[in-house]
Design a protein around this ligand. Structure first.
Ligand code: ADP
Length: 476
């Protein structure tokens, strides 16, 4: 763990093992931190806050640039660690490192643009001044599916704003977080500004984050269940919160879309990270007139996807994160089939040809999916594409919005008017229109409803770490 600028074991000296999900090999052992370690880290961040928050924006920007450069220099090491620990194919891991580094670059600039404003008063002798100031100590809880970029997406705006931070990475992927902390150390941040607590059981550390009054902000990416629980507890002392939670994205292929382009887009975004992304489509609404052509292209693409260890050439589908994930995916597939869905491709786990010790599931297409099935409501987080046929466009919006989630949605159409109408009517935070990658450091990422609160990236991303202060000046 990295606390107050020092590398540390857990107070109780306990450790836990980290496994490669592609072959079950042990790839590392890390400290199993608990309550006291979390308290120490919060204290370090709290002690570091006065000095860090008083550095100039230009100084903070310099640190972020330095960390960006170090990430780019250590690009290959970070990507290799990620493939080994999380499973994604090496090219996808490289893309994630670049995407993650971009948050540092972007917020290195944004640090200099934390503008306040003056507001005219109705009284001639009064002036209003609005100032933005860092919220204080931030506690960040990050997930395993994007183990590097979810860290930079939080630390970049927090540090740019002048906050100090304690990070708790997911128990499946602490090694990526440790590699990132080595770069933080090299970048020379003052001690206590960035701290890392690793833990096998996240509960006790999370409890310190939500209950210690020195923590003024919780930023969390993970499941809706845990996000809701943390938000309830954080309300105890009115901490600011940002939550980036689950999703159940509709992917709409209108009758005027090009089925080839739509199927290609779907094959990329559905199987991204083996389906383990919160923006992955989970209900694919295809107009009946388009179904055959769309399915033909999709099936060809899916059948040629190579599944395997992410560091082998040509592999585009890595393992799922653990055995439970494989079981959950298969349970949804079985439930769908029992309720009338048809397997077009896949539909089973993979254990042969060297995959026996990993958590692999065949890329799967399910046709005839409908409202009765679990997969229609529950997030899959796996490589299954559920196809729903529709006829009536007026009902489509209602059906697409019929979910408690509201993160991403996708529309494929050649009709601009239709695209604008769907864009305005769909209740989701991020909408791709003939586009499967509507995310970047410069763009606000986040959801509505059960998909979360707050935005990451863009000008909105730094506001999450700033308090607003109003000054009323009497000149009398
Ligand atoms: P998933 O089911 O995809 O692993 P989680 O929401 O369980 O999603 O995990 C996301 C992050 O939340 C991880 O860092 C995990 O350790 C953390 N987490 C899980 N349970 C708790 C908890 N009770 N308190 C604090 N953090 C938690």
């Amino acid at each position: 763990m990295f606390i107050n600028g020092k590398w540390m074991a857990a107070e109780n000296s306990r450790e836990f093992k980290v496994y490669n999900p592609a072959n079950g090999n042990i790839i590392g052992t890390v400290p199993d931190g608990g309550k006291n370690d979390a308290v120490l880290a919060v204290k370090a961040a709290h002690d570091a806050f006065p000095l860090w928050s008083e550095t100039t924006a230009y100084q903070r920007s310099e640190f972020l640039y330095r960390l960006y450069s170090l990430m780019m220099e250590n690009h290959e090491l970070l990507a290799a660690t990620m493939t080994e620990e999380q499973g994604k194919p090496i090219q996808a891991a490289r893309n994630e490192v670049r995407y993650g580094a971009d948050f540092l670059l972007w917020f290195a600039e944004e640090a200099k643009r934390v503008y306040g404003r003056t507001i005219p008063s109705a009284r001639a002798d009064q002036r209003f001044l609005v100032l933005k100031q860092p919220v204080g100590v931030v506690a960040a809880i990050t997930p395993w599916n994007y183990p590097v970029s979810m860290i930079t997406r939080k630390i970049a705006p927090a540090l740019a704003a002048g906050c100090t931070i304690v990070i708790k990475p997911a128990e499946d992927t602490p090694l990526c977080a440790i590699e990132m902390m080595k770069l933080v150390e090299k970048a020379g941040f003052p001690k206590g500004v960035v701290n890392l607590v690793t833990a096998c059981d996240p509960g006790p550390v999370g409890d310190v984050f939500v209950s210690d009054p020195r923590v003024r902000k919780i930023t969390f990416t993970g499941s809706t269940k845990i996000g809701r629980m943390l938000a309830k507890k954080a309300a105890g002392n009115m901490k600011r919160i940002s939550l980036e939670l689950g999703g159940h994205a509709p992917f709409i292929v209108c009758k005027d879309a090009d089925p080839q382009i739509a199927a290609k887009g779907l094959s990329l975004v559905k199987f991204l990270n083996t389906g383990q992304a919160c923006i992955c489509p989970n209900r694919i609404f295809v107009h009946s007139s388009m179904k055959k052509a769309f399915l033909n292209v999709l099936t060809d693409k899916v059948r040629t996807m190579k599944v395997g260890q992410g560091n082998l050439p040509g592999v585009s589908i890595g393992p799922l994160v653990n055995r439970d994930a494989v079981e959950k995916v298969h349970h949804q597939v079985e439930d769908a089939v029992n309720n009338g869905a048809v397997i077009v491709s896949g539909g089973h786990s993979l254990r042969d040809n060297g995959l026996d010790n990993g958590h692999f599931y065949a890329p799967t297409i399910l046709d005839n999916v409908d409202e009765k099935m679990l997969i229609y409501r529950e997030e899959t987080f796996g490589p299954v594409a559920p196809i729903i046929t529709y006829e009536n466009e007026s009902e489509l919006i209602k059906r697409a919005n019929d979910t408690e989630y509201g993160l991403a949605a996708y529309i494929y159409t050649a009709d601009l008017k239709k695209a604008m109408n769907l864009f305005e009517q769909l209740r989701f935070g991020i909408i791709g229109i003939n586009d499967i990658n509507p995310t970047a450091a410069s763009a606000p990422f986040g959801g509505v409803k059960d998909s979360g609160i707050g935005r990451e990236g863009a000008i909105e991303g730094i506001d999450e770490y700033l308090d607003i202060k109003l000054g009323g000046f009497s000149l009398r």
